[in-house]
Design a protein around this ligand. Sequence first.
Ligand code: CAA
Length: 254
Amino acid sequence: MIELTRVEEFAVITLNRPDALNALSFSLIRDLGRAFDEVATSDARALIVIGAGAKAFCAGADIKELTGRSLVAQKEGAKLGQAMFARLDALPMPSVAVINGYAFGGGLELALACTFRLASRNAKVGLPEVKLGLIPGYGGTQRLPRLIGEARALEMILTGRTVDADEAHRIGLVNRLIDADPLAAGIAFAREFSRYSLPVLGFARSAVTRALDVALSEGLKIEADLSTLAYQTRDAIEGMDAFIDKRKPVFRDA
Ligand code: CAA
């Protein structure tokens, strides 16, 4: 149900359960966690996450598995999904969700745990859990307001309404809209940063994400520390030397 492949220097995870619009069964979520671990220790320069079929990125948690469970089992399920998506969030390389159709509930939460989101023009996204008598459980109530602000996140979560690709782009939920073949568009996007130093990209990601959890004065200290760490890399020496020598830098992730 999960395919992990390699396209050039990129890892590609395809959710491959198109008959159920790539819904996240618990076994699929565990497979995803294993795939994230494999990507984490690989030399891939970025991870692309995409859904199989023309219709959906992912229609969310498998609703057929959710009924008739104990509260303990329900909480364990939420913790499992959160933990697997936290592994995605913590990958050493940036990740790109290519939302090639529906991304609802846990499917949108999967995309929110990626570093970037691209969406095809026919994409439709939402957190419709409230329509099932539920609320998001795989990080949506936490990552969505950090991305689009409290008011817009509350509106999406409390109405459960479907947001089309244009609106998702306008409110900053997705970085870009794509026209071409979705996977090719994801790869082309990843190429925009993949030749830079991975540790330096990691310092930048860490500085930005930590900014959201701390006061400005604390965040500025974090930035000073991380920018000093970046400065200590050989890649920083190479980047500045290359500028002065008027040549292209060759970064070595060191
Ligand atoms: N779970 C299980 N099966 C699902 C599913 C899901 N989330 N979404 C779609 N499917 C299945 C359907 O049951 C159907 O299977 P059958 O052919 O066996 O009946 C197949 O996928 C195709 O779906 P539809 O016939 O419904 O396709 P559609 O084009 O008419 O509608 C849709 C598409 C609007 C996305 C609709 O399928 C839908 O609303 N799906 C549910 C979306 C949703 O509510 N997601 C949130 C789940 S809860 C959650 O994710 C909690 C959390 O925070 C972790």
